[in-house]
Design a protein around this ligand. Structure first.
Ligand code: FES
Length: 112
C-alpha cells in the first residue's frame, strides 16, 4: 500500500505556483490553486514537455509546448474549443496521471 511522502512545506508553493518533486521514482508536479493542492505527472504525454513551464488558468494546466490543457483535479485532457482547433498539432495527447495530496500540519504529502 502506498504511503504519503512529504515533498515540502505547505508554504513552499504559493497560490498559483507549481513545483516538481521526485516521489517513488516519478517526477510529480504539485500545484497550488487557490489554496487547494493538486499533484499530476510532470511531463506532457504528447512530447514530454515540462508542464511546470506551462501556466494555470482557472484550474487548468496548459502545456507550454503545444497548448494541451489538463484538468488539474483529475488529470483529464480537456477536449474543449482549443482542443478542436489544435488537435492535429498534438495528436496522441492523452490524460495525465493524478495523485493524492495530503496536508498534514505544515507538510505537503503526495501518494503515488
Ligand atoms: S508536448 Fe504538450 S501538447 Fe505537445
Amino acid at each position: 500500500m502506498a504511503v504519503p511522502e512529504k515533498v515540502c512545506a505547505v508554504s513552499d508553493i504559493a497560490d498559483g505556483a507549481m513545483k516538481v518533486f521526485t516521489v517513488g521514482g516519478k517526477e510529480i508536479l504539485v500545484a497550488n490553486v487557490g489554496g487547494i493542492f493538486h499533484a499530476v505527472q510532470a511531463k506532457c504525454p504528447h512530447m514530454k514537455a515540462n508542464l511546470v513551464k506551462g501556466k494555470i488558468e482557472n484550474g487548468v494546466l496548459i502545456c507550454p509546448m503545444h497548448g494541451a490543457r489538463f484538468d488539474l483535479t483529475t488529470g483529464k485532457l480537456m477536449k474543449d474549443v482549443s482542443w478542436l482547433i489544435s488537435k492535429l498539432t498534438f495528436h496522441g495527447a492523452k490524460d495525465i496521471e493524478s495523485f493524492a495530496v495530503t496536508v498534514d500540519g505544515n507538510d505537503l504529502k503526495v501518494t503515488v
